[in-house]
Design a protein around this ligand. Structure first.
Ligand code: AKG
Ligand code: FE2
Length: 231
């Protein structure tokens, strides 16, 4: 299920936005008008290599921790209350980072960008990679914290299709037969979900001049009895 929690004040949101803007030289363009700040396992490890991801994380983690320590603390505390267990930002993998869409990169038409969050498969936890069969779904989650949204708003499309179903069925066959939900994002409100229901960034419509969509994004993984936050 999806949960949302209010987490940030307007003042904190403005502060985070200006920090993200000050990091502009470190934004990495992933497609036209779509950037990331921070290393990301689903992009850097899953599509390049774990070594590349680790190098990128090592190059940016310290700077992000220095500037955004207050944000990570708030996120840890909120998720700790939510999970009822200790939650800490990773010391090893990439720290939570940002998705940044500028006006020209905002999704305009519903495309095949739907996915499950299975980036944890690309990371050698405790020195060895896990397979999907070894993954315990109670030991993972995804969180997203909207920092800036287009004027028309933003959110997530989620289908009632679970990752466990695609072992013997095509996602494309299931989509027309299953319900789709829309999760509305609110500024400063954290969205938490399993990552294992099919989802995608919802289209923005209409798009206004100067619109941007910025979200803090990360995942939780329970390792040796402690939740670790990473991206
Ligand atoms: O809205 C976002 O920035 C990310 C959406 C997503 O794929 C996720 O939350 O896993
Ligand atoms: Fe996702």
């Amino acid at each position: 299920m999806i949960e949302t929690h209010p987490l940030l004040t307007e003042k904190e949101i403005s502060r985070i936005k200006s920090i993200v803007d000050n990091f502009e030289n470190d934004w990495v363009e992933r497609s036209d008008g779509f950037y990331t700040l921070g290393a990301s396992s689903y992009l850097d490890a899953a599509t390049e290599s774990y070594e590349k991801y680790q190098q990128k994380a090592d190059a940016i983690n310290t700077k992000l921790r220095e500037q955004l320590g207050f944000l990570y603390k708030k996120v840890e505390k909120d998720l700790e209350d939510h999970m009822g267990q200790k939650v800490t930002v990773t010391k090893k993998f990439a720290v939570p980072g940002f998705h940044i869409w500028l006006e020209n990169g905002l999704p305009r038409i519903p495309g095949p960008t739907y996915h499950f969050d299975v980036q944890h498969l690309s990371i050698p936890w405790n020195g060895k990679e896990t397979t999907i069969e070894e993954t315990n779904r109670d030991e993972m989650f995804t969180f997203t914290l909207p920092i800036e949204l287009p004027k028309a708003g933003g959110g997530l499309d989620i289908w009632d299709i679970d990752h466990s179903e695609i072992a013997n069925q095509e996602v494309e066959d299931l989509i027309p037969r299953r319900k789709r939900y829309f999760c509305t994002y609110k500024l400063g409100k954290m969205v938490i979900h399993s990552g294992l229901k099919l989802h995608r960034v919802a289209v923005t419509s209409p798009i206004y001049e100067g619109d941007r969509r910025i979200t803090l994004q990360g995942h939780g993984r329970l390792i040796d009895g402690q939740w670790v936050l990473y991206w």
